[in-house]
Design a protein around this ligand. Structure first.
Ligand code: ADP
Ligand code: MG
Length: 187
């Protein structure tokens, strides 16, 4: 038996949102582990807390209760500067909303991701992998939703982070393009 190295671990993780006098229990005691080199998919209906969970383990938002440990570090112990460094150096995000820079070209948007990293991947090659090599100098508004999503994916891949969080990364893609993109992510 080989020992698995746990890279992400949550314990009794809760996130409650207060809306007026109503409490929304987005996460209500999540215990969850991911091993190094594991490729995990979380499936659940809309509103079941998938994005909330990613935001907690990616250090974008803080839990109401419970623990998040990433690569041996309890995120609770980090101050805001350390947390910013954690996000910049350790994790990559593909957001459900693509969050592209509207005044930057496809190439420049992906370059932003690469610049955040000490060990980025080649921007041109990554854009080829997600089949955007003929759109380098286009702006986001000139692209379809699926093309914008692939720019966001290329940006996250170019950063080459230790952990890549993807929030519905193929939601805007047709089945065949989605398959190709999943293969790129897996590689
Ligand atoms: P999913 O990604 O699985 O569709 P979410 O994590 O986005 O689900 O949402 C889980 C629940 O938490 C939903 O009921 C949603 O309305 C609520 N929620 C998410 N973010 C917020 C927020 N910032 N403020 C209030 N409620 C929120
Ligand atoms: Mg979501």
């Amino acid at each position: 038996m080989t020992m698995k190295n746990v890279i992400v671990k949550t314990q009794a993780l809760k996130k409650y949102y207060q809306i007026g006098n109503q409490t929304v229990k987005a996460l209500d005691g999540v215990d969850f582990e991911v091993a190094e080199r594991e490729f995990v998919s979380i499936i659940g209906k809309s509103g079941s807390g998938k994005s909330t969970l990613l935001h907690m383990i990616g250090g974008l938002d803080t839990p109401s209760n419970g623990t998040v440990i990433v690569d041996g570090v309890n995120l609770e112990t980090l101050n805001s500067d350390q947390l910013a460094l954690f996000r910049r150096r350790k994790v990559g995000f593909i957001f459900q909303q693509y969050n592209l820079m509207p005044n930057m070209t496809v190439f420049e948007n992906v370059e932003v991701g690469a610049r955040l990293s000490h060990h980025p991947l080649d921007v041109e090659k990554v854009l080829q992998e997600v089949m955007l090599d003929d759109l380098f100098s286009q702006f986001p508004y000139q692209l379809s939703g699926g093309q914008q999503q692939r720019v966001a994916i290329a940006r996250a891949i170019a950063k080459n982070p230790s952990i890549l969080f993807c929030d519905e990364p193929t939601g805007a893609l047709d089945e065949e393009t989605g398959k190709t993109v999943l293969e790129v992510l897996q590689r």
